[in-house]
Design a protein around this ligand. Sequence first.
Ligand code: ZN
Length: 306
Amino acid sequence: MQVRVLGSAAGGGFPQWNCGCDNCRAARSGEAGVLPRTQESVAISADSETWFLLNVSPEVRAQIESFPGLHPRAARHSPIAGLVLTNGDLDHCLGLLSLRESHPLDLYATPSVERGFREGNVLYRTLQRFDGQVTFRPLSLRRSSALLKRDGTPSGLTLTAVPVPGKLPIHLERLSTPSAEDNIGLLISEPARGITLGYFPAVAGPSAPLAEAIAQCACFFLDGTFWSSDELREGGLGDKRAEDMAHWPIGGARGSLAFLREHASCRRILIHVNNTNPILRPRSDEAAQLSAAGVELAFDGMELEL
Ligand SMILES: [Zn+2]
């Protein structure tokens, strides 16, 4: 399985357009090791010919251009055979509207995430200009389904949706009834080789389904949004805690780093990193704690072969 990180930042990217925090200023000034990052998305493939995007960020056009594996092979063509959403946050699905150039799209999502993006969204009409422009392939919780090539044949990869703690996207709060389908992680398997990758970019906290899913993985990506609960408040950048935004802080006695230390037999990679997170500065104590635990930080352009 080929894996290419297209974007590794949380919503807003790094640096964020309206942020002058120490991290964002360091990224703008080109401080050594402080890498700019686009918003989270990862491309996967079994054969390096047919690719699937995990989440479709607002920066999808530039992300596609950044990786030759995703470039067209003919006058009208894309090697991207499908798009998979883990939740309805705008940083995960706004890029769908940028893929409107009369190209058929296969969309893998739970019914609640698909409805949340489509219903009442007049802009979605740009993806409904001809029959079959979007083929919705619904994901059921805990059920495995094949990721298909454009011709409908199996790609060699399968997908299982894992319900994980999370919340509705901000624009649907108080409009929709929350459900377990609102926020999922993914198990992506290559059955022919017995390899499974885990993808959990938004996780509000520990849960039994998450632990069970991770036990099957050779490698997994986990929510690395915030180091601490009060990161925004302490920086004078907002009044929400990490938990209010359904993100599991990395640090602290009950943070995800303690959980990650228990899974040292897997390759563990943090992704969806907010611009305020101290791990973005390689000389920080927090970055040193990650390295000491053998936990990696995703970066734009990172490639894995499983
Ligand atoms: Zn910032």
